[in-house]
Design a protein around this ligand. Structure first.
Ligand SMILES: Nc1ncnc2c1ncn2[C@@H]1O[C@H](COP(=O)(O)OP(=O)(O)OP(=O)(O)O)[C@@H](O)[C@H]1O
Ligand SMILES: [Mg+2]
Length: 254
């Protein structure tokens, strides 16, 4: 196989080069390079304020970087809105999950992107069928697509958010602290969903403070510290202790 600048056998899905982001006088990202390969799970870790959320918000079109380039599947991508990112197949599951609690599972999966029949009526049957299929794909067992989000556990809610991205054929799923407010059992369930995404050949960026959650599922770890990339290591070359040490060692610049 030909080895070229865009990676080796597995191929690079997304590549961010020299990304700079300012918030007023705060230099939140200082020339960060970051890449994700096809069906790779990357753990993005680092202390509070390191720039993790800012980096993925640049990738998902929430923020515009002042400097830097993004390549998607080898092509220069101009991501200026969340819609641009979605069109490329980049979907985000946020820290503060945006599900409508008093709406059904299937309405939540399709929110804003409902299939319609003639005269513009929502095609509920198609939505229900596709919702159950997406839930089955991540092995989330629910009795009915009509259940309201309020009756679901935190883990199941994350499952609905993940099923949503699965249905819309994401190539890359970004998860910002998906396990933060969950019980041990629920967090475990979310980790299982993430593994299912990988089996569907979807790449994942998993942001967390909990190295015990990310270590078993990610293959590579990128550590940010004060807006800079301070390490980029394969799992085989590191350990939870080593990653902790790298994060702690980073001098805080208050
Ligand atoms: N909307 C904003 N306006 C101003 N400053 C911001 C904004 N968002 C982030 N920042 C600043 O940019 C820096 C990076 O923040 P960011 O939220 O990306 O960190 P993080 O690594 O996601 O942290 P955490 O682990 O706490 O979520 C911080 O100094 C933060 O205060
Ligand atoms: Mg954050």
């Amino acid at each position: 196989m030909k080895a070229d600048s865009i990676g080796e056998s597995r191929g690079v899905l997304v590549k961010m080069v020299n990304i700079h982001k300012w918030f007023g006088k705060v230099h939140a990202l200082k020339g960060v390079d970051f890449e994700v390969k096809h069906s790779e799970i990357v753990g993005l870790v680092g202390d509070n304020g390191a720039g993790k959320s800012t980096l993925i918000k640049v990738l998902s079109g929430v923020y515009l970087a002042e400097e830097g380039e993004i390549f998607f599947e080898g092509r220069r991508a101009n991501i200026t809105s969340p819609g641009d990112a979605r069109k490329l197949g980049i979907e985000t599951v946020y820290q503060e999950q945006a599900l409508a609690p008093n709406m059904s599972i299937s309405r939540n999966i399709f929110m804003g992107r409902e299939p319609t029949k003639a005269l513009g009526f929502m095609d509920k049957k198609a939505m229900d069928k596709a919702s159950m299929e997406a839930l089955r794909n991540i092995r989330l067992d629910v009795a009915s697509p009509d259940l309201l989000i309020t009756v679901l556990s935190g883990g199941q809610r994350q499952g609905v958010a993940i099923a949503r991205v699965l249905h819309f054929e994401a190539k890359l799923v970004i998860m910002d602290e998906p396990t933060i407010a969950l019980s041990i059992k629920e967090a475990h369930q979310v980790l299982e969903f993430i593994k299912q995404l990988r089996e569907e050949n979807i790449s994942v960026i998993f942001i967390t403070h909990n190295l015990y959650h990310v270590f078993p599922v990610a293959e590579r770890f990128v550590i940010l510290g004060s807006g800079e990339k301070i390490a980029d290591v394969e799992k085989k070359d590191t350990s939870i202790d080593h990653l902790t040490e790298l994060i702690v060692r980073e001098p805080s610049r208050l």
